[in-house]
Design a protein around this ligand. Structure first.
Ligand SMILES: O=c1[nH]c(=O)c2[nH]c(=O)[nH]c2[nH]1
Length: 309
């Protein structure tokens, strides 16, 4: 919230970044132990202008206290919970415990520890690190008003065919040939906003948001690839991105908007020729030069008309 200060507009927030916490829930009535590793970012909007203007810290929640609170609340959570629920729980705490705090913004990135299978059997206490990460952001107001966003980052996808790019603008700067046959590779960053508008209206079902995370990820991945035998043709990253976004809004009624970032990570055709021997390697949709940079950057968001995002 902007405030007038000595003839200027002034906005401030403070918080603790990158608070890392691991939580293990030990086995109970036959359940396997479960663990998570979270990286928590807290940002508080509070009435503490005196600290800026008068060296008066009496309204400051120390960022060290915020850090400690993460561990206290993790300890208090005796049942396994999703990153979304933990973010909301922290947001509720900061906005209700401190009169000075009117909004809490809590972001969590979950490290993708996955239970390992040994000889096809899920291990009791063994985990290995997967690839893409589950993310969430809860913005909690003192009134209980909530904005909840979840996402995935680092979801690397590639298909070796069923991708092309034709019909784009051609001018004196254009060298790219048109094609109906290329590799398509990307690293998806997605975020989606849930339509729950207060902390009291979120689903009470245990681990609901973990389930939704897997469902949304599946919708994104399935749409990118198409059916296993035939796949589906992609006319551009743009076209595939929109189909993926539509699949999410089409399948999940409690998601009001979705944002997708899909860099086009190029696999360049390899053609090598020498002065003496002419063509040494002639590209025949077989040998590529994988690259990181430069890459195409394509992003879009899709929301329902009634969405606030
Ligand atoms: O799917 C694509 N979209 C583009 O906008 C683009 N631009 C480009 O050079 N190659 C591609 N591919």
């Amino acid at each position: 919230m902007a405030k007038e200060l000595e003839g200027f507009n002034f906005e401030q927030r403070h918080g603790k970044a990158r608070v890392r916490v691991g939580r293990v829930w030990r086995s109970k009535d036959g359940c396997r132990p479960f663990m998570v590793e979270w990286n928590v970012n807290i940002s508080l909007l509070s009435n503490c202008v005196a600290a800026y203007v008068r060296d008066d810290n009496s309204d400051i929640v120390a960022t060290d206290t915020m850090k400690n609170t993460v561990y206290v609340k993790a300890k208090e959570c005796s049942e396994q919970l999703s990153a979304e629920e933990f973010a909301i729980l922290l947001g509720k705490h900061f906005t209700s415990f401190y009169p000075q705090v009117f909004t809490a913004i809590v972001k969590i990135v979950e490290k993708p520890w996955e239970r390992i299978s040994v000889n096809g059997q899920p291990h009791e206490h063994g985990f290995k690190l997967g690839s893409e990460k589950h993310t969430t952001e809860a913005i909690v107001q003192k009134s209980g008003v909530l904005q909840l966003t979840s996402g995935v980052e680092g979801l690397s996808l590639l298909k070796t065919t069923q991708s092309g790019f034709e019909g784009f603008i051609r001018d004196k700067y254009t060298a790219l040939p048109e094609t109906r046959e290329r590799m398509l590779a990307t690293e998806v960053t997605a975020s989606w906003r849930y339509s729950y508008e207060s902390v009291s209206s979120i689903p009470q079902k245990s681990l609901y948001f973990n389930e939704q995370y897997l469902n949304v990820k599946k919708a994104l991945v399935d749409t990118f690839f198409g059916p296993p035998e035939r796949g589906v043709y992609s006319a551009s990253v743009q076209s595939t991105l929109l189909q993926m976004a539509k699949a999410v809004l089409g399948r999940f009624g409690d998601i009001s908007s979705v944002k997708l970032k899909m860099p086009n990570i190029h696999f360049l055709p390899v053609n090598i020729s020498s002065k003496d021997h002419g063509s040494i390697v002639k590209f025949d949709d077989d040998v590529y030069l994988p690259t990181d940079e430069p890459h195409g950057s394509i992003e879009a968001s899709l929301s329902r008309f009634w969405s606030k995002m």
